[in-house]
Design a protein. Sequence first.
Length: 47
Amino acid sequence: MKSAHEREQLIKDINVLLTQAYDSTLDEIHALLKRIDDVELKVSYLR
């Protein structure tokens, strides 16, 4: 069984990983939304 300190450190490490994954997902969503905006802008110029 892990000590209280080891469990606390594991929780902190997991939180860091979750935060990084969340930030990465937001970055990917932002990039996709930017691409959609760029395509819509190009389409509007063609009309």
